[in-house]
Design a protein around this ligand. Structure first.
Ligand SMILES: O=C(O)[C@@H](CO)OP(=O)(O)O
Length: 346
């Protein structure tokens, strides 16, 4: 008999907490659940029918055509970690995306774009909480934008990680001198570090002449619809700024050229970036259309986990907390990593 699984019951998929659309929250939540379900289904050879049971509007019922719907993968030891494993080539890796915590300009409701503004007090707390949520997920390499709010978020989050001796270290490759002056001369110390790579290509989309303007005042002046078009349409740029499409050209190209090879080699990657650079990357990962991406909203400081496996990205939601069992059941590799951390810190 075919097994029936409610989408929300697969581990603890928390896509809804990742979304923060103030006006159409529920509608977008349903859309995203459908989109994620569609991807899950296509990557698992399943078919769908919509539940008509009351109270389950968000649940896309997945009916397995196969005899099982297990999300547990073959045994693979965790990739390089501080707990004594050697780095093994693997076709599976974790990918964590985090939009930076609230910045001082988010707090003031100002268009920020490429202006380099730090986190607010609330943003600092959000980054620390994000770190707690992912503290038992392996991270081998970190990519951040060149902007301080994304870098603060990554570093604050990593202060919460249970990684033991590993230390995140910014790579300075901007010149030969920077490279040479930041060299590490101990192989052991190198093994105990997590490279942090800052790339301008992951920066927030450049907001042109809107940078520094108040979002509400701009809507009052130019009209809500015009401002919504500037903020969320795919291919309409704000005055002298980048459209999401333009932002995607550099952010997705960077992801494909620099980040995918890391995942392919089995390294677990964290990316700390921005609302729009991440929307463009998620559009690529989840194969969203230019219509679908309009309703994709990301909250500040909420991490999202993907599993990269056999060339596919499988969205696994946002871990609620470090001990959330469901997240670690996604793959045996994650479960083993967490188990080793638990044993170490007993
Ligand atoms: O101001 C910005 O840079 C961005 C993200 O905060 O705003 P928006 O919500 O329009 O994408």
């Amino acid at each position: 008999m075919a097994a029936e699984v409610y989408y929300q019951a697969i581990g603890t998929l928390q896509s809804h907490s990742y979304l923060n659309n103030l006006n159409n929250h529920q509608k977008h939540q349903n859309n995203l659940v459908r989109l994620v379900a569609r991807d899950f289904i296509s990557s698992n050879g399943l078919s769908t029918r919509r539940s008509n049971r009351s109270g389950q509007r968000n649940c896309c019922v997945i009916q397995s055509l196969a005899s099982q719907t297990s999300v547990v993968d073959p045994v693979l030891s965790p990739s390089r970690s501080n707990i004594g494993d050697t780095h093994k080539k693997s076709n599976e890796a974790a990918l964590i995306l985090i939009r930076h915590g609230e910045s001082l300009w988010n707090e003031k409701n100002l268009f920020t774009g490429c202006v380099d503004v730090p986190l607010s007090k609330k943003g600092i707390d959000e980054a620390i909480e994000a770190g707690q949520r992912i503290s038992s997920i392996p991270v081998d390499v970190i990519f951040t934008s060149a902007l301080i709010r994304a870098q603060m978020t990554a570093m604050l989050a990593m202060t919460q990680h249970r990684r033991g001796k590993q230390v995140p270290i910014f790579m300075h490759n901007e010149s030969e001198q920077a490279r040479s002056w930041s060299q590490v001369f101990s192989e052991d110390t190198k093994k105990q570090s997590i490279p942090v790579i800052a790339a301008w290509q992951l920066n927030e989309r450049m907001y042109g002449e809107l940078q520094g303007l108040n979002k509400q005042e701009t809507a009052d002046r130019y009209g809500k619809e015009q401002v919504h078009e500037w903020r969320r349409s795919y291919d309409i740029p704000p005055p002298n700024g980048e459209s999401l499409e333009m932002c995607a050209e550099r952010a997705v190209a960077y992801f494909r050229d620099q980040i995918e090879p890391q995942l392919l080699s089995g390294k677990n990657v964290m990316i700390s970036a921005h609302g729009n650079s991440l929307r463009s990357i998620i559009m690529y990962l989840d194969k969203l259309t230019s219509q679908e991406v309009i309703s994709l909203e990301l909250s500040t400081g909420i991490p999202m986990l993907y599993i990269f496996k056999e060339g596919r990205f499988i969205r696994r939601g946002s871990p609620i907390g470090p001990s959330e069992a469901g997240v670690y059941a996604y793959t045996r590799r994650l479960a083993l990593y967490k188990q080793k951390l638990d044993d170490m810190f007993q």
